[in-house]
Design a protein around this ligand. Structure first.
Ligand code: MEV
Length: 319
């Protein structure tokens, strides 16, 4: 038997970083996916094959001994093997078209698809159970995760977090993603924001209140089909992200280059590199590549409505 699961990447439209400290956020799943395929093996090992490398370790080894990128897989595989007496070993294959380390949810999509695929070999878990497992797995690399990224990868579409509500986007969001090609480390950026908070609790608390108010206004703007206000709120959110110091000169340059043709532009995800998103009117989409330096990747974000998918396929390993 093969257990195949896939999950989409994501963008954060509003509320990154502040969401780690309890404020709401709005996220959307995007049409780039990771697929994880799991099969039982007879040898007592956990094997992971991915474009980023391979791993082959005894089933008794701890996830803490693995390189960070493999930890969630070893954690999930161990947990399953320990609770299933018939399992000897596991082979896990990962295929992805989500760019890695640039804030598009590659690691949370991997955790979701891996939890669904590995557990799918043993029993059928509910989406809520898979979410719980995937957040546990994500915590092996990023202990402070808010859980927002895994949540949108499971349910797909556009959601409000933490009180998970699907949002129907009533107007056509023409969102562009521009990749600064600077990899970032979410854990480090989140720790930097923790330091900002420690140094100025009062201002940070004001910013959290402002972010909560902004998200209420965005929800109203969406109900009113008001793309102009939606864009203005993106730029306002960017000011809060600048203040907590997760931006840099490259991101600021990209945002300012896109200013004249977008209704709003901001970082998406942890910042300090990664991607920016811009809300662009139809007639301006073709102007975007000329405004950005050639080496920056840029594409249109289509919202994924499927979320996580999973299937079991009859299959026998060739001897
Ligand atoms: C990372 O994609 C988003 C952050 O808000 C962290 C989190 O929510 O766990 C920076």
């Amino acid at each position: 038997m093969k257990s195949i699961a896939s999950a989409p990447g994501k963008i954060i439209l509003f509320g990154e970083h502040f969401v780690v400290h309890g404020t709401p956020a709005i996220l959307a799943a995007i049409n780039k996916r990771v697929t994880v395929t799991s099969t039982f093996t007879e040898n007592k090992t956990i094997k992971v094959n991915s474009e980023l490398g391979t791993l082959d370790v005894p089933i008794s080894s701890s996830y803490k001994e693995a390189k960070s990128k493999f930890r969630p897989f070893v954690y999930l595989a161990n947990k399953m093997i320990n609770s299933n007496q018939n399992a000897n070993g596991l082979e896990i294959e990962i295929n992805s078209d989500i760019p890695v380390g640039v804030g598009l949810g590659s690691s949370s999509a991997c955790c979701v698809a891996a939890a669904a695929s590995i557990y799918g070999l043993f029993k059928e878990l509910s989406s809520e159970e898979i979410l719980k497992m995937s957040i546990e797995a994500e915590k092996t690399i990023f202990p402070d995760t808010s859980g927002a990224d895994c949540t949108v990868c499971i349910y797909g579409g556009m959601i409000e977090y933490p009180n998970v509500k699907k949002i129907d986007n009533t107007f056509d969001l023409n969102l562009l993603i521009a990749n600064s090609m600077i990899p970032h480390n979410t854990k480090n950026s989140v720790e930097k924001v923790n330091k900002f908070k420690e140094n100025d609790e009062e201002r940070f608390s004001q910013l959290c209140d402002l972010e909560t108010k902004l998200i209420d206004e965005v929800i109203t703007a969406m109900k009113n089909n008001d793309a102009t206000t939606f864009g203005l709120k993106m730029s306002e959110n960017q000011k809060y992200l600048e203040e907590i110091q997760v931006s840099n000169d490259t991101l600021r340059d990209m945002i300012s280059s896109l200013k004249e043709i977008s209704l709003g532009t901001k970082i998406t995800g942890a910042g300090d590199g990664g991607c920016v998103i811009a809300l662009v009117k139809d007639e301006n989409v073709s102007k975007v590549p000329a405004l950005l330096p050639k080496y920056k990747e840029c594409f249109s974000a289509k919202i994924d409505t499927k979320g996580m998918t999973r299937e079991l396929v009859e299959w026998k390993r060739e001897k």
